[in-house]
Design a binder for this molecule. Structure first.
Ligand code: 5GP
Ligand code: ZN
Length: 142
């Protein structure tokens, strides 16, 4: 038996309220319901986070998220929708099995993400971008 809560949900060992599934993806109601209609779209095959995700599973989550987001909009007519996904405890991840949150939003609902902008000089953007481009080239060459 897996120690991972979401693997256990996928396997049906822990009850969940499902809204959609296919061979790669399971979408189910988040138990915390930040707002009514809050859904998690998780991969069926365990991957701890984005870095561990297979490209086909990433694509499957994206497609399922699109469909479920449209259904949430049709069912709840929220004023907005936040798509949230955390990787690592420092980013707020609490269940270490890749999933995307679809959270219906309304004005003044209390959901907040602090966004401490720093607006550095463009030279800093250039330096950061060069580091990322170089890493990309190296990774794609592998
Ligand atoms: P994270 O913080 O990792 O992005 O989000 C984990 C989410 O999983 C939380 O919003 C939490 O409410 C939800 N969650 C944790 N355990 C369970 C569970 O057993 N069942 C369901 N449906 N959701 C869970
Ligand atoms: Zn898992």
């Amino acid at each position: 038996m897996s120690a991972c809560t979401f693997c256990r949900i996928v396997a049906g060992e822990i009850p969940s309220t499902r809204v959609y599934e296919n061979d790669r993806v399971l979408a189910f109601m988040d138990i915390g319901q930040v707002n009514p209609g809050h859904v998690l779209v998780a991969v069926k095959r365990h991957a701890e986070n984005l870095y561990a995700l297979a490209a086909d599973d990433a694509a499957a989550v994206a497609r399922a998220s699109l469909a479920v987001a449209q259904a949430i909009r049709a069912a709840f007519a929220p004023a907005g929708l936040s798509v949230y996904q955390a990787n690592g405890a420092a980013a707020g991840q609490t269940v270490f099995h890749y999933h995307v949150h679809l959270v219906p939003r309304r004005e003044g609902d209390g959901m907040e993400l602090a966004w401490p902008v720093q607006n550095p000089p463009r030279a800093a953007l250039e330096t950061h971008a060069a580091a990322i481009r170089s890493a990309l080239a190296q990774l794609q060459g592998e």
